[in-house]
Each structure stands twice: as structure tokens, then as C-alpha cells.
Write a protein that binds this ligand. Structure first.
Ligand code: M3L
Length: 264
């Protein structure tokens, strides 16, 4: 099984993430607060995404990464491989994402002296507390919403990337850097716009129970969010998600493409 894609996915994901982190934390105090944890987690998550994507294409089309420029896979195959990658990476991402959301949501108390100390002291403490209080399943709170968010939208991600690259590249050639950056950036925006409604629900499920409110499940969370806040709730954060998505995914795809080219 080719492993280059796993390694390239890891490195490129980490590079993209450094760029995106300030956007992730923009509502909060310190911009680069908690950077080492996401870097460590992206190692697993992005390499699963790109590794599974590429190996699924290998199974579906019997072409390796190197052969795919000359024999481009169909969009159906690209979509299916993207969904498969998205599905599996969501499962790996779930505990990391839960911890990220929990930690980011407790940043405010720092500002007020005399307020109670934050519940979690850091990522390891957060994971350990959840594990102790709720067992291993607690670490997968919101995982279903996350999987639903990422499976189709990762298909959209790769289709947009490939589609734009093909549009602006002469047949049989590799896309140039400008094309890769723009296609990667728009792939990020397209998939994040589509992912935002379930992203909102996912984050609410992950915070559920901590601040009194307890949802019965994902559907209940959707219905009560819409009842209280209207349909606009599904687009909460869409602008910041898109602003973040462009640079993050431009850099991710650029480094991914070039690492694979260097390695032959
Ligand atoms: C599927 N979904 C839209 C959620 C993510 C697509 C892009 C993934 C990338 N690591 C990023 O963080 O932007």
C-alpha cells in the first residue's frame, strides 16, 4: 500500500493548520494558544484523509498517484474516494475535535479575576477528565454529527479541487502552483460552506450537558436550534469558516502536491 500519501497528507495538513489556527481562535484571547495539540492531532487526521482517499482511488481505478495525470479518474470515483476518506478521518478526528471545542469554549474566564478556574487545564487533562467521567464513549460525543458533516463534504472537497485543476491545466500535465493554490482554496471554501450547517450542530452536541442544556440527540438539537434562532443558525460562522478555509487548504494542497512530486 503506498504510504507517501499518508506522509504528504500529514505534513501538508500541519502547514495548513498553522495558517488556519488564528481563525479558529479569533473570537478568543491568545491567537496561537494551544497550537501544539492541533499540530499533533492533524498528523493522524490529515494523513488518514489523504492516505485513504488515494488508496481508495487505487482500488477503484487501479491507478497510482503517478499514473493519474495521464489517466484521470472519473468524478464519481473522486467523489466516492473523498467520501471514504472523509468518513474514516471523521472517526479519528472526533476525540481531538471534541477536546478542541471544549478547550476553546472555556477561554473567557481568564479575563475576570475571581472567577472559577477553568474546568480543563489542557488537552491531556481534558481527555482524562472526559474519560474518567463518561468512559471511552464520552470522547466520541458529537462523532455522528461530525461524520455526517465530513463524509459528503470531503467528496465535494476533492471534486472541486480536481475540477478546478483540470479546468486550468493542459491535458496530461501537472497543475502549476498558482492553479493548485486557487483550486485548493476554493475546494476548502466549497466544502466548508456545505459543512457549516452540520458544523454548528456538531459543536452544540459536543458542548451538550456542560452548560445545563441537554439535547435528546442530533435531530432534537437541530429542531430546537431552529425553533429558537431561526434557519440562520445553520449559517453561523460561514464567513469565518470560508475566510479560514482558503489559505488553509491552498497551502495544504500546494505542499501535498509538491511533496508527492519530489518523492517521484
Ligand atoms: C469537510 N470539512 C469542510 C469539514 C473540512 C474540509 C477541509 C479540511 C481542512 N483540514 C480544513 O481544516 O479546512
Amino acid at each position: 500500500m503506498p504510504v507517501e500519501e499518508f506522509v504528504a497528507g500529514w505534513i501538508s495538513g500541519a502547514l495548513g493548520l498553522v495558517l488556519g489556527h488564528p481563525f479558529d481562535t479569533v473570537k478568543l484571547l491568545g491567537f496561537f494558544k494551544g497550537m501544539s495539540f492541533p499540530i499533533a492531532s492533524i498528523a493522524v487526521v490529515n494523513s488518514v484523509l489523504f492516505g485513504v482517499y488515494s488508496n481508495t482511488l487505487l482500488v477503484l481505478t487501479a491507478t497510482s498517484h503517478q499514473e493519474r495525470r495521464a489517466q484521470p479518474p472519473s468524478y464519481t470515483h473522486i467523489f466516492l474516494a473523498g467520501c471514504t476518506g472523509g468518513f474514516l478521518q471523521a472517526y479519528c478526528l472526533a476525540p481531538f475535535d471534541l477536546i478542541k471545542v471544549r478547550l476553546q469554549n472555556q477561554t473567557e474566564p481568564r479575563a475576570q479575576p475571581g472567577s472559577p478556574p477553568p474546568r480543563y487545564q489542557g488537552p491531556v487533562h481534558c481527555a482524562a477528565s472526559i474519560f474518567r467521567e463518561e468512559g471511552p464513549r464520552g470522547l466520541f460525543r458529537g462523532a455522528w454529527a461530525l461524520t455526517l458533516r465530513d463524509t459528503p463534504t470531503m467528496g465535494i472537497y476533492f471534486i472541486t479541487y480536481e475540477g478546478l485543476c483540470r479546468q486550468y491545466t493542459p491535458e496530461g500535465q501537472n497543475p502549476n502552483s498558482a492553479t493548485v493554490l486557487v483550486a485548493g482554496g476554493f475546494a476548502g471554501i466549497a466544502s466548508w460552506v456545505a459543512a457549516t450547517p452540520l458544523d454548528v450542530i456538531k459543536s452544540r452536541m459536543q458542548m451538550d450537558g456542560l452548560r445545563r442544556r441537554a439535547y435528546q440527540g442530533m435531530l432534537d438539537c437541530m429542531v430546537s436550534s431552529v425553533r429558537q434562532e431561526g434557519l440562520g443558525v445553520f449559517f453561523r460562522g460561514v464567513t469565518i469558516n470560508s475566510a479560514r478555509a482558503f489559505p488553509v487548504n491552498a497551502v495544504t494542497f500546494l505542499s501535498y502536491e509538491y511533496l508527492l512530486r519530489w518523492w517521484g
